[in-house]
Ligand binder design. Structure first.
Ligand code: ADP
Length: 625
């Protein structure tokens, strides 16, 4: 019985794209199908650990048929049941397809390197339609009936009963006229060598040999070396081999990695690892599919799982790679394995290694490290809060922009401290949404006048991290928009201003009683008349905005309004009050003053239209005078 079904809309869109737009590197369809076959073999081999009767001679074969113009990719792996075929190949409720399409929309015409990204979005199977139509998939799982899935890649696919001698999957590609090159043995061998050499199962191609007696005999040729790249000497691995292995592993877009890290651990826990620092963050760093996968865990060259979160702390989730242990037990379930204390040891060692490699990169290749940090820094910073044992080491490798650096350039904490003038005691920072917003904060004025630098903490994570980061190099971190401000030199001036302009301060206090908790003079300002300061442990305006953006109810915390006693505006206000000017008019001035302070701290105005109107009215009145 044959049943016809329709593809989900996203799949249809994706197929159209595969068929019509992505030509630049069609070779990768074979890599994707081999990768799927290898995954299916991994799963079957893993099952055979507890069910030895199901063990087979695991392999992948690639069979070109020039007469029928078909290329068949065959594995004796786990196979699929009918409903799994529909689920995996027809519908795809995975976020990957949508994310992939969204990325295509954003990238528009520049789709040259897109085939490279297909695999990372979990849509590899469909790349078969770049070279073939129809595509048939015949599969069998255990003793379930075999099924045949078939489609021309347009709107529909069919599912029917089929025959298959042993469990596994065959994919029959009816090659398009312009894809006949994939029937050539040399072409197939070249692609396998290039992209799939390290696959742990033999990839076999039938071959005809002509003997000395001129007689033809059918033989088989193994196309891949099957050498586990992580067990090889780094000096013997080529750049291309690293690249194709990285592409195979990476959950992120792109084929470029920044650094390959080899590790050999001996002693308490013996393992080898090959890890990669990626170059580019994926389009959506927070995509759940991407987060789910971790390092691949092998035990004695046998793939166990890529969902073992215990191998790496969360804040290094951008690292991809393989860990191959020689002393974890093979024949236990994944769940039990994940409780094994040896995993903790591996995690500690791997974490330490990755941090030290990042440090080396910072020291030896600053330019690339800065680029890397721009992509992944905000994830690394999570570790400052969550990985206390490594927090000190992490402090050495985190970078921040600062008031004295040009936009986009970042410095280390050590560089900040080294540049501190003798009179400076603490490490100053300001938090906010973005550089432009914090750079114009009046709260920086004093520090600028003193020649002190201020770190710009503009990642959403920064403020959260700062709650547990008290010190670096025995210097305290201080937010320039929080708390009390001490400056011995300014003390006298501030005291005088407070006396001289007491009526102005009182008037402001009375008028803004609903909005601010206190009004006081300080030496913090040089150019602006006033600024808003966060009281003690209260949330900063930046943090408040973050909470609101997450729809969290938080109490309104009132700020302190600090005044600049040297500013002519304060003196003028004081004079007007002393001269008993029209109170209603003064209230209008005070409200505008408060609103502009809100703007400068980056907070939204409760009523921007009213503010704009009031400014215009006051300007008009001033011009008329
Ligand atoms: P991905 O492999 O990234 O998940 P694909 O579109 O390539 O995305 O494949 C979708 C799913 O179909 C796979 O996750 C797997 O469950 C199933 N699948 C594909 N090829 C095979 C195969 N040769 N054997 C068994 N299952 C397969």
């Amino acid at each position: 019985m044959t049943e016809t079904r329709e593809f989900k809309t996203e799949v249809r869109q994706l197929l159209q794209l595969m068929i019509h737009s992505l030509y630049s590197n069609r070779d990768i369809f074979l890599r994707e199908l081999i990768a799927n076959a290898a995954d299916a073999l991994d799963k079957a081999r893993f099952e055979s650990l507890t069910d030895p009767a199901s063990a087979r001679e695991w392999k992948i074969s690639i069979v070109p048929d020039k007469e029928k113009k078909t290329l068949t990719i065959c594995d004796n792996g786990i196979g699929m049941k009918a409903d799994e075929v529909v689920e995996n190949i027809g519908t795809i409720a995975k976020s990957g397809t949508k994310a992939f399409l969204k990325m295509l929309e954003e990238k528009g015409e520049k789709s040259g390197d897109l085939p490279e990204l297909i695999g990372q979005f979990g849509v590899g199977f469909y790349s078969a339609f770049m070279v073939a139509s129809p595509v048939e998939l015949i599969t069998r799982k255990g003793d379930e009936p075999a099924v045949c899935w078939s489609s021309t890649g347009e709107g529909e696919y069919t599912i029917s009963e089929a025959e298959r001698d042993e469990p596994g999957t065959s994919i029959v590609l009816h090659l398009n006229d312009d894809a006949e090159i994939y029937l050539e043995n040399w072409k197939i061998a070249e692609i396998v060598h290039r992209y799939s050499d390290f696959i742990a199962y033999p990839i076999i191609m039938p071959e005809v040999k002509i003997g000395e007696d001129k007689k033809e005999t059918q033989t088989e040729r193994i196309l891949n070396s099957q050498k586990a790249i992580w067990l090889r000497k780094p000096s013997e691995i080529t750049e291309d081999e690293y690249k194709s292995f990285y592409t195979h592993l990476s959950n992120f877009g792109g084929t470029e990695y920044l650094k390959a890290i080899h590790m050999t651990a001996e002693g308490a826990s013996e393992f080898k690892a090959l890890l990669f620092l990626p170059k580019q963050a994926p389009f959506n760093l927070l995509m759940p599919d991407i987060q789910k996968k971790g390092l691949q865990l092998y035990i004695k060259r046998m793939f166990i799982t890529d969902e073992c979160k215990e191998l790496l702390p969360d804040y290094l989730r951008f690292v991809c790679g393989v860990v191959d242990s020689s002393d974890l037990p093979l024949n236990v379930s994944r769940e039990i394995l994940q409780q094994n204390p040896l995993l903790d040891k591996i995690r500690t060692a791997v974490t330490g290694k990755v941090i030290s490699e990042m440090k080396k990169l910072l020291e030896n290749d600053r330019e690339n490290y800065e680029k890397f940090f721009a992509e992944f820094g905000r994830i690394v910073k999570e570790g400052l809060h969550t990985d206390r044992p490594n927090a000190e080491k992490l402090k050495d490798i985190v970078l921040y922009e600062s008031m004295n650096t040009p936009a986009g350039k970042r410095i280390t904490l050590k560089e900040y401290v080294d540049a501190m003038p003798e009179s400076q005691q603490d490490i100053y920072y300001i938090t906010g949404d973005k550089r432009e917003a914090v750079a114009s904060s009046p709260a920086l004025e004093y520090f600028r006048s003193k020649g002190y630098d201020v770190l710009f903490m503009t990642d959403p994570i920064d403020e959260w991290v700062m709650q547990s980061m008290y010190q670096y190099a025995q210097k305290y971190f201080k937010s320039v928009i929080k708390g009390d401000f001490e400056d011995k030199e300014a003390e006298e001036k501030v005291k005088n201003a407070a006396e001289k302009f007491a009526p102005a301060a009182e008037f402001l206090q009375k008028t803004l009683a609903e909005k601010v908790s206190a009004v006081r003079f300080s030496g913090r300002l040089t150019d602006s008349p006033c600024c808003l300061i966060v009281d003690g442990q209260a949330l900063s305006p930046h943090m408040e905005r973050l909470f609101r953006a997450m729809n969290q109810e938080i109490p309104v915390s009132k700020r302190i309004l600090e005044l600049n006693g040297e500013h002519p505006l304060i003196a003028a206000l004081n004079e007007k009050i002393a001269a008993e000017a029209d109170e209603a008019e003064l209230v209008r001035y005070v409200n505008v003053l408060y609103d502009q302070a809100l703007l400068l701290e980056g907070s939204p105005l409760p009523d921007p239209a009213a503010f704009a109107k009031e400014v215009v009215t006051l300007l008009g009145e001033a011009l008329k005078k």
